[in-house]
Design a protein around this ligand. Sequence first.
Ligand SMILES: Cc1cc2nc3c(=O)[nH]c(=O)nc-3n(C[C@H](O)[C@H](O)[C@H](O)COP(=O)(O)OP(=O)(O)OC[C@H]3O[C@@H](n4cnc5c(N)ncnc54)[C@H](O)[C@@H]3O)c2cc1C
Length: 491
Amino acid sequence: MQQKARIWGKGSSCRAGGLTFLPQITQIFQLICADFSRALCASLASYRSTFAPNPFQEISVNLRSISEISVKKIAVSRFYNALMQGNYDAIIIGAGAAGMFCAARAGQRGRRVLLIDHAEKLGEKIRISGGGRCNFTNIHASPANFLSQNPHFCRSALARYTPNDFIKLVAKHRIGYHEKTLGQLFCDESSQQIIDMLVDECKAGKVDFLHPATVQSIEKNDRFRVNTSRGEFSAEKLVVATGGLSIPATGATGFGYEIAKQFEITVTPLRAGLVPLALDAPEMERYGMLSGVAFETIAHAAPREVSAKKKTERVNFREAALLTHRGLSGPAVLQISNYWNAGDEVVFDLLCGRDANDWLAELRARRPIVTSFAKALADVIPQRLAEAWAHAHIPATARDKSLADWNKTELANVARELNAWALKPSGTLGYKKAEVTLGGVDTRKLSQQTLEAKRVAGLHFIGEVVDVTGWLGGYNFQWAWASAAACAESI
Ligand SMILES: Cc1cc2nc3c(=O)[nH]c(=O)nc-3n(C[C@H](O)[C@H](O)[C@H](O)COP(=O)(O)OP(=O)(O)OC[C@H]3O[C@@H](n4cnc5c(N)ncnc54)[C@H](O)[C@@H]3O)c2cc1C
């Protein structure tokens, strides 16, 4: 149905043989079904404000496909009203994961929804996610997998819309999926299937799409008035689903944060998350030639001096880390980047939880005698890394000796380093390489049930724009679906 409205928008001014619209408005309405009328009125309102600001000026419409439209009488007054004012129950800004899902669910509850996005293509982050296969949820998702200044905020939404709920939807659309690792569910074929599914769900909810369209201003009196490059629209509810700042090439902007500030809603400090980390020149001299080498590890990020209490609280990730030409990446590093602050170290346990003292004792007891430490280490981590690591960590005095001849200090030093190899990144690779933005709209200012701003009735924030950030592994999409569902229930 939206397709037909778009035909009109593009062709109205130049096609011959069109129908004259406004003067005979009542005759034509009787032929138009409700879906079409809503799509059409969005286009008309947009067209009218751009090209024909006088509401009584003639608008020529090419309704080529009018015969395909099912005949259904609609209330002329409602249509006329909507036509003239672009009125909706809810306007959602941002047609990404959260925005489309919220629009679909609210639409399916009978709400008249307009979904606005400035991008030509919808759901670009979904498309590039999960290496093109969209890791759309994680079966183990729980509030413990999210970072926020208020770690309890996400509880309600996550409990009410679970990974299983989304899996059922994916199954309903016959999208094949598989668990890759650690509860992470990926499409068998392509991320595009998730985008198509969301668009289909929006169609089922009779959602009107307006894109590409730039939002120029937002005002609130009794309703929200959203002024766009394609006309002015109004609604009782405004949902901000503009996402975070990562990968600007996908259409990411800080617009959601600006809207929050316009309505005096605080935004917590923002920084790049799930992002590779850069190493300084001296570290790169040692490990730069190992670019592409991956190793299994348990990793955490910490200030050099951490109190005993902090140690018990810290979050460890057992996954692969990757050495790159800029520094560190791989799932383990992306995970800990969420917990890394400038000046912190990144610490790798190369033995993945095994006590290095025990491991060294076992090596020393082995017969025939272990003569090369680097060779023994290559049983645990890739050989090239084992050699570079041994070169960097074993003093020359010990390097040429058999392991059996190492003294206590040499053994203790190496054991400590094996279980806690610390590197000090110089920074992150920033939003260009980050998967998410940490921080966002302050959760203290939002209702955790409805995601509505406590002090601005009808204004909601959902998805990544909110200060709730998930781990790597499908958690961020689960937050997008869950926050969208919670909001849709209330609008
Ligand atoms: C490379 C990459 C891979 C990822 N892989 C995964 C994964 O596999 N699993 C996972 O859970 N998460 C993944 N993520 C994170 C996930 O994509 C996001 O957390 C999620 O898309 C957030 O959903 P959202 O709807 O809040 O924002 P988005 O999906 O980013 O949608 C925001 C929308 O708002 C629009 N918009 C922005 N500014 C404006 C404006 N001024 N006017 C109008 N519209 C605007 C944008 O065009 C966009 O369509 C990945 C992220 C990246 C960058």
